[in-house]
Design a protein around this ligand. Structure first.
Ligand SMILES: NC(=O)c1ccc[n+]([C@@H]2O[C@H](COP(=O)([O-])OP(=O)(O)OC[C@H]3O[C@@H](n4cnc5c(N)ncnc54)[C@H](OP(=O)(O)O)[C@@H]3O)[C@@H](O)[C@H]2O)c1
Length: 311
């Protein structure tokens, strides 16, 4: 299949793109900067220029694609959530998705499948409630972002009922060389990483290889449709996740980080670190998806080994 990917240079995109390429698919990318993007990837790909704020994507890219995977968006947990950062987080997803769907509408040849990223930020924060795909949405900022993002993605169904659409609500991605772990590792390696607050907040995580597997299935298997939680079957508390990371590094967990320190350091954005969400992959279980790393211990061990072993 010819697969067009937005956000191909990102943490998920570059791993997914390489896996699809290895499976024999042709990959095309959309990027703000095709020259830079080409250099950033470890495999050869044709890129077309697209800035998600600015309107439709080039039709010559859209019309070649048998499938479109839409991952691009302004980073969520990289900066303090000032008004302007929150606007970028929301607009990049709502407008970016709208523009891709409009491009599909304008194109003379439609893809067979449209897969859009979403996030478990859709659900409310809670340490004891468990959420699956049928659960209600939350009333916080990220929940609003995810609801609006998914609504735009589902618009593809009005463009053509022949296009299968999938929205993957991604959990915290654990991967070597990026994402949440990249921020935790420097402290962990120095032996000074501890749980956040009382560490009881639940973290719904997914190993990057399993997330890639979920996207590949969503691409190739017609039973994958609508909303799917992209999380491992065993969410863990923040305390357990920290302990398993330290254990994989041969260290002991350090003192807890007070919540107030995170609030001071990150402002409103700290809510994603301080508050928990216990999300389970009901649809994936129903579809009999086989996880390579269902538990946090094996996931951490694998990632630390891929990171270059113990320090
Ligand atoms: N990583 C996680 O833990 C996680 C969890 C839940 C949901 N997600 C969602 O999954 C998606 C992919 O995540 P990721 O971690 O791979 O993201 P990432 O590493 O931050 O990469 C984001 C990508 O978006 C593209 N992008 C940003 N601004 C753009 C713009 N103005 N126009 C066009 N492209 C733009 C960038 O491509 P160029 O620089 O080449 O343009 C980049 O490749 C995101 O929407 C994210 O919110 C991720």
């Amino acid at each position: 299949m010819k697969v067009l990917i937005t956000g191909l240079t990102g943490l998920i995109g570059r791993t997914l793109g390489r896996a699809l390429k290895e499976k024999g698919h042709d990959i095309l990318g959309l990027s703000r900067s095709p020259e830079r993007a080409k250099k950033e990837l470890s495999f050869d790909t044709q890129f077309y220029p697209w800035d998600l704020y600015e309107g439709e994507a080039p039709l010559e890219a859209i019309e070649q694609a048998d499938a479109i995977i839409h991952l691009a968006g302004h980073p969520i947990a990289d900066q303090r959530w000032t008004q302007s950062v929150q606007k970028k987080i929301l607009d990049s997803r709502v407008l970016g998705t709208r523009h891709i769907v409009q491009s599909i509408s304008s194109s003379s040849k439609k893809p067979k499948v449209f897969i859009s990223a979403s996030a478990i930020g859709y659900y409310p924060y809670s340490d004891h409630e468990q959420f699956d795909e049928n659960s209600k949405s939350g009333d916080h900022f990220l929940a609003e972002v995810c609801r609006k993002w998914e609504k735009e993605a589902r618009e593809v169904n009005s463009v053509s009922t022949q296009i299968r659409s999938v929205q993957i609500r991604i959990g915290v991605v654990l991967a070597p060389g990026g994402g949440a772990l990249e921020k935790m590792l420097p402290l962990a390696k120095k032996g000074v990483l501890g749980p956040i607050g009382d560490g009881r907040q639940m973290m719904s995580w997914v190993h990057i290889d399993d997330l890639v597997g979920i996207f590949v299935k969503a691409l190739e298997d017609e039973n994958y449709k609508s909303v799917i939680n992209g999380v491992s079957p065993h969410p863990v508390s923040n305390r357990d996740l920290t302990q398993q990371l330290m254990k994989a590094l041969g260290k002991r967990s350090f003192l807890p980080v007070p919540r107030v320190a995170l609030k001071l350091a990150f402002g409103k954005m700290s809510e994603v670190l301080i508050q928990g969400q216990k999300v389970v992959p009901k649809k994936l279980n129903d579809l009999d998806f086989r996880f390579l790393f269902p538990d946090i211990e094996s996931a951490m061990k694998n990632i630390i080994e891929n990171q270059g072993g113990k320090p």
